[in-house]
Design a binder for this molecule. Structure first.
Ligand SMILES: Cc1cc2nc3c(=O)[nH]c(=O)nc-3n(C[C@H](O)[C@H](O)[C@H](O)COP(=O)(O)OP(=O)(O)OC[C@H]3O[C@@H](n4cnc5c(N)ncnc54)[C@H](O)[C@@H]3O)c2cc1C
Length: 317
């Protein structure tokens, strides 16, 4: 796991990452032309927007303000019948039957590496964002972006208006999900860390043969930070007994709120994870403090270890 790109490691080394990746991209484009507006993956099947070589530039179709610091941005594909190509990834060179098996049973959690050159920056900025739209959805892809004060990429993304464009440099594969490999999963999200977790929820629940039980623990600062609340509620209604969530709010505005108060603590998780066994997997995505407390760091043992989870049962985005 140490060599894997994580939300945190990318955050800690943005300049280095920009430089290294930009150098690689620069070398690549030294030999090939810059493709606009869109580079399609080479595939014998219907064309896909992402997954091939080259930059992909898409037009921003719609912007929705979610709360004080978060927006939803919909980017349209040039061809409305085209799908993102992110949902299930495998090499075009695979024999068809192998491809069928791979496509049918392994879902790679995926993020898009955005490329922007905000005004005043010496170098371009590369940051990953996780689509929140169904990855099989044709015609568009939707991102949900939290704005960080002085954040280079998030400020740029928040400045975009419908009609503007954004360039995507690459796709990043995340956790390879195999349906029914675990009897249940615990998904622990903090703030904007809900996006990869939500993509996993969609992937599991939208696949008819997958029976994995999902328990989500979502910690936020205030009630307005409960992103994707309606969508999660809909899933809970559609999958009673299979999908459950607990919200916990560390700084609630009103005393009257019916939601649980406080951070994602050991006590809370001990309660929620009572039925966990060896057949259980845990996924964590959130701010660095929360991830360190739960997964552990060089200096301290994490809450999840204290609750009996081994390292290979835990995946940190
Ligand atoms: C695989 C992956 C998927 C991601 N998906 C999403 C997504 O769907 N939506 C989304 O909004 N973000 C997502 N992120 C985070 C995103 O890539 C950027 O790190 C984030 O938008 C900040 O970038 P920036 O250039 O605006 O901030 P920077 O210029 O890098 O940093 C500016 C300031 O913000 C602080 N900061 C930056 N990131 C965080 C953070 N996560 N928590 C707390 N403080 C922070 C920094 O410490 C710094 O003080 C994802 C990250 C990864 C690795």
């Amino acid at each position: 796991m140490a060599s894997r790109l994580s939300w945190q490691s990318l955050r800690a080394r943005p300049v280095l990452l920009s430089t290294v990746v930009f150098a690689g991209i620069g070398a690549y484009f030294g030999a090939r032309s810059f493709r606009l507006p869109t580079g399609y993956a080479e595939s014998p099947e219907s064309p896909k927007v992402f997954g091939g070589f080259g930059f992909t530039t898409l037009r921003l179709q719609d912007v929705k303000v979610v709360n004080h610091n978060t927006k939803r941005l919909v980017f349209e594909f040039p061809d409305q019948n085209t799908a993102s190509g992110l949902a299930l990834t495998c090499k075009a060179a695979f024999a068809d039957w192998i491809r069928y098996i791979v496509l049918k049973f392994i879902l790679f959690q995926a993020a898009l590496l955005t490329y922007s050159w905000p005004k005043g920056q010496w170098l371009p900025v590369l940051r990953p964002y996780t689509p929140i739209s169904d990855l099989n959805q044709p015609g568009s892809v939707e991102l949900m972006v939290k704005h960080y004060p002085n954040g280079k990429a998030s400020s740029h993304l928040h400045s975009l208006r419908p009609g503007d464009t954004l360039t995507f440099a690459a796709t990043l594969k995340g956790f390879p999900w195999t349906p029914n490999k675990y009897s249940q999963v615990y998904l622990i999200a903090g703030g904007a860390g809900i996006t990869p977790i939500y993509q996993l929820i969609q992937g599991i629940l939208n696949y008819p043969d997958d029976q994995t039980k999902i328990n989500l623990v979502f910690g936020v600062n205030t009630e307005e930070d409960l992103l994707l609340r309606d969508e999660l509620e809909q899933y809970k209604k559609r999958f009673p007994g299979r999908f459950n969530y607990i919200y916990t709010v560390s700084h609630p505005h009103e005393d009257g709120s019916s939601l649980r108060k406080g951070y994602v603590t050991e006590e809370l998780l001990r309660d929620v994870m009572r039925g966990a066994d060896k057949d259980t997997h845990v996924f964590v995505c959130g701010p660095p403090g929360m991830e360190d407390a739960l997964v552990g760091s060089r200096k301290s043992v994490g809450v999840l270890s204290r609750l009996g989870f081994s390292k290979d049962q835990i995946y940190k985005f």
